[in-house]
Write a protein that binds this ligand. Structure first.
Ligand code: NFE
Ligand code: MG
Length: 566
């Protein structure tokens, strides 16, 4: 038996340590440990609930908008406050554009290099690579000339000994299986993706005033001034610029990202047998389309035991099924408290560091549970719930992926293949294509509503005396994000964020059940423990963000040291 520690895991956000026991070329036991301590939740106590979103947004510099959205929704939920249609559409467009950005960057820049051997691309024949790419997609930037230029650029990096971001990859690893032409194609799209991801951020910036960290929210709506014929506010000209970016993103996602995921999935079809882990899936409905948040463009719910027939929907922001199901355990995390898991309204975050103890406490990440069990969250959960709910856009893109992969791999791809490392990548691409449709749809809804003369963007909140509670949720790029607020006499009395990476990177829970990363790693093959590429494949497939997962505060001498500290 060999024990390996990978610390830090790179090409993620934050500080993640993964330990594995390896026997006979396979992982037999795994630990996921959040290694960074920083904070936000206690900072919020005693503050005005209208300020919470701008503070909680600083939980993360990657999924920036999502904490802002979840936070205003939590306060609005506590107040039973309706949101004007324009505000819902603008918020939906921001989160859709953000999600598209996040998924493109995750696939190409954070995880593709686990599958794509950049050095091998130097041996490719650009003409053959172009013929292969053009057989798969109508994307105009798949020409022989484009690929030859990319190869030349890579050659200059390698020839100059300046591999830059491509340094220290596991090039030539036995688990790297792609032909040089496929590696070249992927390398070309890696570079193109750097250009296209900016377009998504421009949409976030145009609507949110700035990115990362939007500035246009308010409890009750948004603060965008709208005048269709003015140059200085949200005008028709600006909306048409946004539409041009949307169309470019749609072309890239449908003609490049989704196709590349299918191709890589087909060449690595054996990876549908690895990385299964926790198959209880949780996702929340999102893209509210009415003022009360009761109708959603995207469904959400719970799938126990990987059985889509057992899907239980979550119907909206007020559904007690979600509100009453969430709790967090700290038995194996560096916090005080050994009792039963706590509901977030009663959540505590008092540190208790012990160093890494295999069977004791070993992570700053808490262990969230849904009705007492760990749950996997993220695009895979969202796609499975979409399929279970018969959500037409999800089913359409999902079928497209299954058919394309099936044709390339010359085998029928069952739904069960999704419970895997490759399945998480495929589902993320499906969700991204669905998000492009949401973005387009909400753009049209906004323009149509403005054309009716409705320029309302915000409803003023007012806070009652006494105690109220609220939960705000959002299906963020990495999965279910929920913010929980207790407000007493108009001030925040308690605040907890239960975050996607907290669900997936959780340590063992109160019943010593491993979290989703830990379970998914078991049985992962490892050809060479000195170069644990396969472990990275499975961990990266979840798209870890540790800044999100850990967010408590260190109060010493009355000083708050939390934000930005690591
Ligand atoms: Ni910091 Fe995040 C997302 C949230 S979390 S990236 O998506 O919320 O895991
Ligand atoms: Mg938390």
């Amino acid at each position: 038996m060999t024990r390996i520690t990978i610390d830090p895991i790179t090409r993620i956000e934050g500080h993640l340590r993964i330990d594995c026991e390896i026997d006979n070329g396979h992982v037999t036991k795994a630990w996921a440990s959040g290694q960074m301590w920083r904070g936000v939740e206690q900072i919020l106590r005693g503050r005005d609930p209208r300020d919470a979103w701008t503070i909680t947004q600083r939980i993360c510099g990657v999924c920036t908008t999502v904490h802002a959205i979840a936070s205003v929704r939590a306060v609005e939920n506590a107040l039973n406050l309706e949101i004007p249609l324009n505000a819902q559409y603008i918020r939906n467009m921001i989160v859709a554009a953000h999600a598209i950005h996040d998924h493109i960057v995750h696939f190409y820049h954070l995880s593709a290099l686990d599958w794509v051997d950049i050095v091998s691309a130097l041996r490719a024949d650009p003409a053959k690579a172009s013929a292969l790419a053009e057989g798969l997609s109508a994307w105009p930037r798949n020409s022989r000339h484009e690929f030859a230029a990319v190869q030349e650029r890579l050659q200059r990096f390698v020839g100059g000994g300046q591999l830059g971001v491509f340094a220290n990859g596991y090039w030539g690893h036995p688990a790297m299986k792609l032909a040089p032409e496929v590696n070249l194609l992927a390398a070309a799209h890696y570079l193109q993706a750097l250009e296209i991801q900016r377009k998504a951020n421009k949409i976030v910036g145009a609507l949110g005033s700035k990115t990362p960290h939007i500035q246009n929210l308010a409890v009750g709506g948004v603060t965008n001034p709208i005048a269709l014929d003015s140059q200085s506010v949200l005008s028709m000209e600006r909306l048409l610029m946004i539409k041009a970016h949307i169309d470019e993103l749609a072309a890239f996602v449908n003609q490049v990202y989704l196709v590349d995921v299918c191709a890589i999935g087909a060449f690595y079809a054996d990876w549908t047998a690895h990385g299964k882990g926790v198959v209880d899936y949780l996702c929340v409905p999102d893209m509210p389309l009415d003022t009360r948040g009761e109708t959603f463009a995207m469904p959400g719910g719970y799938i126990p035991g990987g059985d889509v027939a057992a899907y239980h929907p979550i119907r909206g922001f007020h559904d007690p099924y979600f509100r009453e199901g969430v709790a967090e355990s700290v038995k194996h995390a560096w916090y005080q408290g050994d009792g039963k898991p706590l509901h977030p309204y009663r959540g505590e975050t008092v540190p208790n560091y012990t160093d890494f103890v295999d069977n004791g406490r070993y992570s700053w990440v808490k262990a969230p549970t849904f009705y007492g069990k760990p749950a996997q969250v993220g695009p895979l959960a969202a796609v499975l719930c979409g399929v279970a709910a018969g959500h037409a856009p999800t089913v359409r893109h999902f079928n497209r992926v299954v058919e394309t992969v099936g044709a390339l791999a010359k085998q029928k791809i069952p739904l069960a293949a999704l419970h895997s490392t490759i399945g998480r990548h495929a589902a993320r691409a499906v969700r991204c294509a669905v998000m492009v449709e949401n973005l387009t749809h909400n753009w049209q809804l906004l323009v149509d509503n403005l054309a009716k003369g409705d320029l309302t963007t915000c409803n003023k909140p007012s806070f009652p005396a006494g105690e109220i509670t609220g939960v705000g949720f959002h299906e963020a790029p990495r999965g279910v994000l929920s913010h929980w607020v207790v407000i007493r006499d108009g001030k925040i009395a308690n605040y907890q964020a239960v975050v996607p990476t907290t669900w997936n990177a959780a340590p063992r829970n109160d019943n010593d059940e491993p979290g989703p990363y830990e379970s998914a790693l078991v049985n992962t093959p490892v050809a060479n423990p000195e170069q644990p590429l396969e472990v990275l494949r499975t961990v990266h497939s979840f798209d870890p963000c540790l800044a999100c997962a850990i967010h408590l505060v260190d109060k010493r001498d009355g000083r708050v040291l939390g934000i930005g500290r690591s």
